[in-house]
Design a protein around this ligand. Structure first.
Ligand SMILES: Nc1nc2c(c(=O)[nH]1)N[C@H]1C(S)=C(S)[C@@H](COP(=O)(O)O)O[C@H]1N2
Ligand SMILES: [Mo]
Length: 338
């Protein structure tokens, strides 16, 4: 395993596994691949793949940390330093941010403070562990930002733009991902920006349906019978809450905290529970039909005690368990068989 510590709230993937996250492939195009530095530079520059390979090589051994709570230790990325590409393009003094843009359908992007990108020794990489980067992992060229959640490591990179003001990336703008993304501080999502009055109304009506309530803090509340259809509840905190009979159908509960919650008879049909923590939750009679459980946990990673409670009425598709870590899958299978 890695010599570096596992950041809080993360778990190592099984040896040899590398999950795919986000877009699966670059946009189709017959144009040859070029990496271009533009924006606030004195000299726009571009390199084709052959030219890139002639630059001084750089290699970095890093641990990948995904915001959905999986980490992959000791991946050796090889490529060139962002610093070397920038030096050749002569950044203007006003350049304070760097935005990476992908050759992808949605023109996926992400950004960093320029000083941060340089301090972290950002790499423009085309090899991982001695092999050319697979297309689904960003080949032919991707960004690798050590020390940030992996959503800052853009796949299929073709444009590096230097800017005076920040330009929020795709996940940061659309999904509310934290713009700093430092795993040591669990900077996963932006702070909730709801006024208290609205929040209070929602709580009174016990109806969250369709609302954007990322990171909402419902710890210990009595919300029995809550309706939260298609609600956006990423990173929400429902620890110790009473959610008996609640309806989370179609809701996004990725990375939500549901430890010790009463979820008897709750429904999660087609809900997204990736990275959600259901340790010690009461799941008797709960329905997880077609829910996505990648990276979800039902018991502590270190022992099989203190896990979630299931009964014969708990509905969970055996195929949905294949995306759990082996430890989690073993626990749930054993409980369901009782
Ligand atoms: N172009 C592009 N780059 C991207 C994404 C994406 O959707 N499109 N997803 C990001 C996220 S959230 C993660 S965790 C990593 C996943 O990289 P992997 O699929 O190689 O594991 O890519 C990042 N870079
Ligand atoms: Mo991610």
């Amino acid at each position: 395993m890695s010599e570096r510590p596992l950041p809080p709230g993360q778990q190592w993937v099984a040896a040899g596994k590398w999950p795919l996250v986000g877009e699966r492939a670059p946009a189709e195009s017959n144009d040859p691949w070029e990496v271009r530095v533009c924006g606030l530079v004195r000299q726009e520059k571009s390199w084709d793949l052959g030219e890139l390979r002639k630059l001084p090589p750089a290699e970095r051994m890093i641990d990948i940390h995904c915001v959905t709570r999986w980490s992959k230790p000791d991946v050796a990325f090889r490529g060139v330093l962002l610093a070397d590409l920038l030096q050749a393009s002569k950044p203007q003094d006003a350049a304070a941010y760097v935005s990476f843009v992908a050759r992808s359908e949605r023109k996926h992007s992400t950004s960093l403070k320029l000083s941060t990108a340089l301090k972290l020794v950002t790499l423009i990489a085309w090899e991982a562990d001695g092999e050319p980067l697979a297309t689904e992992h960003g080949g032919p060229v991707r960004v690798v930002v050590p020390g940030r959640y992996f959503y800052k490591s853009l796949k299929w990179m073709e444009k590096i733009e230097l800017l005076a003001e920040d330009s929020l990336g795709y996940w940061e703008a659309e999904a509310g991902y934290h713009n700093e993304a430092d795993p040591q501080f669990e900077q996963r999502y932006m702070a909730p920006n709801l006024d208290k009055q609205t929040t209070r109304k929602l709580l009174e009506a016990r109806d969250f349906s369709g609302h954007d309530l990322r990171s909402i803090d419902c710890r210990g509340r009595n919300l029995a019978g809550l309706v939260a259809k298609a609600a956006l509840l990423r990173d929400a905190d429902f620890r110790q809450a009473n959610l008996a009979g609640a309806c989370f159908d179609g809701a996004n509960l990725s990375n939500a905290h549901l430890e010790d919650a009463n979820l008897q008879g709750a429904t999660f049909r087609q809900a997204d529970l990736e990275g959600a923590n259901l340790t010690r939750a009461d799941l008797r009679g709960a329905d997880f039909f077609a829910a996505s459980l990648f990276g979800a946990s039902f018991c502590s990673e270190t022992d099989l005690e203190q896990g979630a409670r299931f009964d014969a009425a708990t509905q969970i598709d055996p195929a949905a368990l294949e995306v759990l870590t082996p430890h989690q899958a073993r626990y749930v299978q054993a409980e369901l068989r009782r």
